[in-house]
Design a protein around this ligand. Structure first.
Ligand SMILES: C[S@@+](CC[C@H](N)C(=O)[O-])C[C@H]1O[C@@H](n2cnc3c(N)ncnc32)[C@H](O)[C@@H]1O
Length: 420
């Protein structure tokens, strides 16, 4: 391709012809594809070019010249600038349709898989559902980056977050206003078992550890403070209750962000697996052992593999506190550890990070050849790619998208594969 015929800061008008994977509108200008967030198909828009890449450009919406009938007014005052949400300008029902189409498109285009995709299971709550927020900090400002930028949008409330996290945000804001600091990020997690908070602060100045005393005095139900990776207050973990079991989760351990909807996600995964008492299950990318512990009562044995050491410590503790005696957790890279498994495996649950399953791990999964694989994914694109690698040995039987992230473009999927 020759030189791209458009320039930064130029202003154009065009019609939105599609929504891409992350829900930005797709426009064509002088043959160049331009992605403009927070627009809808059929809308005529005016936008400014903000970024030019080799094969495409990005733009920022200036004005909607003719709105789509699907457009709704966002009730968030930060929505225009903030990158936290991308689908507040469309109704919840339309968002579910977008998410289902996104899964279908990924399966067809990337995976070359044509299969029935069920309607998206809606979230119990569309607001105040997140149990975790990672805020960026710049001096006395705290918030999220803007869509597609590294410009901080200073916020005092986020509609996605559980209220207790918003309350803590206000307290932290007032600390930042009154204390010069070099803090870069603050992560707040809420444990649903006791309503306790974990606050994890990262700063380039060790003196900022003094925020600890302020947080202890002012934040209600604060259980843990982590400063630059070290627990400086509390015993290091908060408790989550999920599907009737208790899970300890420390700062670096993964736990699904939508505490209520996650119960549905796991129930769907377990129902689809149709487990039996003689099954030996492998739980790849097992985190704090949530899936392992929940399936343990249906099967003979479960083995989890997870790379984060603290998560494996949590997983072992979680099995113990729930009285589970048929589980084993291995700390390490799935790509390496999976080939050391000696047991005959009947079912694999695999719930990888966004980048999907390591290619080497897929090769070993195919040698293990379980009768079923339940693939749980937060990224339909990498899921579709991985399914295409498994396609020669496995049929895709069920695809159930689950809305874990309302008001954003993201969707979780449970996919059942059965051996041909
Ligand atoms: C999407 S989370 C799933 C966690 C768990 N299944 C759950 O439902 O809570 C993905 C997990 O994979 C872990 N992980 C990432 N890369 C890994 C690797 N190469 N080997 C093993 N675990 C890995 C992460 O630490 C994280 O806990």
């Amino acid at each position: 391709m020759g030189l791209i015929p458009i320039k930064i800061d130029e202003i154009y008008e065009a019609e939105v012809i599609d929504l891409e994977n992350e829900a930005a509108g797709v426009c064509k200008v002088k043959g160049v594809t331009v992605f403009v967030p927070k627009t809808l198909v059929g809308e005529k828009i005016r936008f400014r070019i903000t970024e030019i890449k080799k094969n495409f450009a990005r733009g920022k919406l200036i004005e909607i010249l003719s709105p789509s009938e699907k457009r709704v007014k966002s009730s968030c005052p930060y929505y225009e600038e903030c990158g936290g949400c991308d689908l507040r300008h469309q109704s919840d029902d339309e968002n579910l349709i977008f998410k289902r189409n996104k899964v279908i498109k990924a399966l067809e285009k990337i995976g070359k898989i044509k299969t029935e995709v069920k309607p998206v299971v809606p979230s119990f709550k569309n607001e105040n559902y997140r149990n975790k927020a990672s805020f960026k900090v710049e001096n006395d400002r705290i918030g999220f980056y803007g869509s597609g930028t590294y410009q901080l949008v200073d916020i005092s409330y986020c509609k996605l977050l559980e209220d207790k996290i918003n309350d803590a945000l206000l307290i932290i804001r007032s600390y930042l206003k009154n204390n010069k600091n070099e803090i870069k990020t603050i992560t707040i997690k809420l444990g649903n078992a006791m309503g306790e908070l974990l606050i994890d602060v990262y700063s380039t100045d060790l003196k900022d550890e003094k925020i600890k005393d302020y947080l202890i005095s002012n934040v209600k139900d604060l259980k843990v403070i982590v400063f630059n990776g070290k627990t400086v207050y509390g015993n290091g973990y908060i408790g989550q209750i999920c599907n009737g079991l208790m899970f300890n989760c420390s700062s670096d351990s993964f736990f699904q962000v939508n505490s209520v909807q996650v119960e549905r996600l796991y129930k769907i995964a377990i129902k689809e697996a149709k487990l039996s008492k003689n099954d030996v299950v492998l739980d790849l990318y097992c985190g704090t052992g949530t899936i392992s512990c929940i399936v343990s009562s249906y099967v003979k044995k479960v083995i989890g593999i997870e790379i984060v050491e603290d998560a494996v410590i949590d997983a072992n503790c979680n099995a113990r506190i729930n009285g589970i005696t048929n589980s084993r957790f291995i700390c390490g890279d799935v790509a390496k550890e999976i080939s050391k498994i000696k047991e005959k495996i009947d079912v694999i649950f695999v719930d990888p990070p966004r980048k999907g399953i390591d290619r080497k791990a897929i090769a070993v999964m195919k040698k293990i050849l379980p009768k079923k694989i339940v693939y749980i994914s937060c990224n339909p694109v990498t899921m579709a790619r991985d399914l295409s690698y498994l396609n020669d040995l496995y049929n895709v039987k069920e695809v159930t998208p689950v809305d874990m992230f309302p008001n954003t473009c993201h969707v979780e999927c449970v996919c059942l594969l059965e051996k041909h």
